[in-house]
Write a protein that binds this ligand. Structure first.
Ligand code: SAH
Length: 303
């Protein structure tokens, strides 16, 4: 079977809504890629270019494809009354190329002070103190190119202490669990509701030589709360809406008194609402980090 790639270029503001729309049509998720910004090209005093993201999803190229396109375009039409929406670009992808198609858009990327995300199939130059995370996200979320993932990596780089026990809720490709392992965490429990993410996290952990430090399982907050376990640090890069819901389901209990928590997947105008919910679950927000429209909130559980 052949596939149709749907690509949409959006700004950070529109990304979440469009990604949610695409997940209704796309098979096995939506890929999010931050478009390259030619930073050397703008001089001091120029207005920095707006960060754009490319979202991609794939639908089967069968007799329902035209109908799917029409419904997608009509939904975009409705959304464009509130916010300008891009036009989708369709590309036919042959079955044998499909699983590989998105890889063409994926390159090594440096994050934080010394982290380097390297697609598994690309060799790249590595400095002696580089902390390399080699990834094949496959069809799981988390290529490491999304600003929200990068904010989490920078947060981990600053906060992980050797020997910590960490919870990675919504582990996707395992990118954050592997980052934490390489930063010296004793153990990371990666949970995801998507079984593909669990398999991919295991595979990537093995590729990075940190399988012994990472346990990936299918599940979510309920499993952690039921286990009664508490962590030195939790990282949750999902979506503001889901984080707020989790706050009503004892999210704060998963952090040990005196422990830390990093929350991302949050657009800046949602940050106040997320912080209010965090306080309700017994966490104390104390810092924000921002990249374009995306925000990471750092919180602690009072000792
Ligand atoms: N941690 C990765 C992936 C983030 S994408 C990164 O930072 O790049 C968010 C992930 O959360 C997806 O893999 C999705 O399947 C998972 N997810 C969504 N809702 C969830 C929930 N309620 N509980 C656990 N995982 C969830």
């Amino acid at each position: 079977m052949d596939w149709i790639e749907i690509a949409l270029q959006v700004d950070g503001e529109a990304a979440e809504a469009v990604a949610e729309l695409l997940t209704r049509y796309g098979h096995q998720g939506v890929s999010i890629e931050q478009d390259n910004i030619a930073s050397e090209k703008w001089d001091d005093g120029d207005v920095p270019p707006v960060t754009t993201l490319t979202l991609r999803a794939y639908i089967p190229a069968d007799d329902r494809a035209e109908d799917a396109k029409l419904r997608l375009e009509s939904a975009l039409g409705h959304m464009s009354m509130m916010y300008p929406m891009p036009r989708p670009v369709y590309t036919l992808v042959h079955e044998e190329d499909w699983a590989e198609a998105w890889k063409a858009h994926y390159h090594p990327v440096r994050v934080g002070k010394r982290m380097l995300i390297r697609p598994l199939w690309i060799e790249t130059e590595i400095a002696s103190d580089d902390l390399v995370v080699a990834l094949d996200p496959g069809m799981a979320f988390g290529t490491g190119t999304h600003p929200s993932t990068q904010l989490c990596m920078v947060g981990l780089e600053d906060r992980v202490q050797p020997g910590m026990n960490i919870l990675d809720l919504g582990c996707g490709s395992g990118v954050l669990a592997i980052t934490a392992a390489k930063l010296g965490a004793a153990h990371i429990w990666g949970l995801d509701i998507d079984p593909i993410a669990v398999r991919v996290t295991d595979e990537n952990a093995a590729q990075n030589g940190v399988a012994a430090q990472i346990t990936a399982q299918e599940g979510s907050l309920a499993e952690v709360v039921a286990s009664g376990r508490q962590y030195d640090l939790i990282v949750v890069n999902i979506l503001a809406r889901i984080i707020i819901t989790m706050c009503g389901e004892r999210l704060g209990d998963t952090v040990r008194p005196g422990g830390l928590a990093l929350f991302a997947g949050i657009i800046h105008d949602q940050a106040d609402a997320v912080e209010a919910a965090l306080r309700q679950t017994g966490l104390e927000p104390y810092a924000r980090r921002q990249d374009g429209d995306w925000v990471l909130i750092e919180a602690r559980r009072p000792a």
